[in-house]
Ligand binder design. Structure first.
Ligand SMILES: [Cu+2]
Length: 153
């Protein structure tokens, strides 16, 4: 190999390394970090399911607090849950398991809006089927569960 061909292979090697680094940086990592592609009716369901935080919920004797205690939503139909605080005290809606949705992040009102003040609402869209137990941080005896099921249509 003379100096000229050696020079060309060094240049070719540098181009190849640069190209693979660029591929890794701009294509591979972008795809690896991308959020899953989901149908738009799961990301933005046409309907909602509603939970009330009823009056007197800050008292341990009020066993009903979150009503209904178990709320069911169907993916692509009403997998968006809305809690309305009809009590006179602020409450939270906080995952028992620190659940983070793949799209919408932590299931915890404290992470997005803080405590849910009287007459205010908190909403969360679950993008995967499963069971999501939750409670109120200031009043841990207040518990409920969200059950998200797949649509078989
Ligand atoms: Cu509470």
């Amino acid at each position: 190999m003379n100096n000229h061909t050696a020079g060309i292979s060094v240049v070719a090697f540098i181009i190849a390394v640069t190209a693979s680094m660029a591929y890794y940086q701009f294509v591979y990592t972008k795809e690896a970090n991308a959020k899953p592609q989901l149908p738009k009716e799961i990301l933005n369901p046409p309907d909602t399911a509603k939970v009330s935080i009823i009056e007197g919920s800050s008292q341990p004797s009020q066993q009903k607090n979150f009503q209904p205690k178990e709320i069911r939503g169907t993916l692509g139909v009403n997998n968006k849950i809305i809690w309305t605080n009809t009590d006179t005290t602020a409450h939270s809606v906080t995952s028992d398991t620190q659940f983070k949705d793949q799209i919408n992040g932590p299931f915890n009102s404290i992470d997005s809006i803080g405590l849910v003040l009287p007459k205010k609402t908190y909403e969360f869209t679950f993008t995967k089927d499963g069971e999501y137990p939750y409670h109120c941080e200031p009043h841990p005896w207040m518990t409920g569960k969200v059950i998200i099921v797949k649509s078989f249509v």
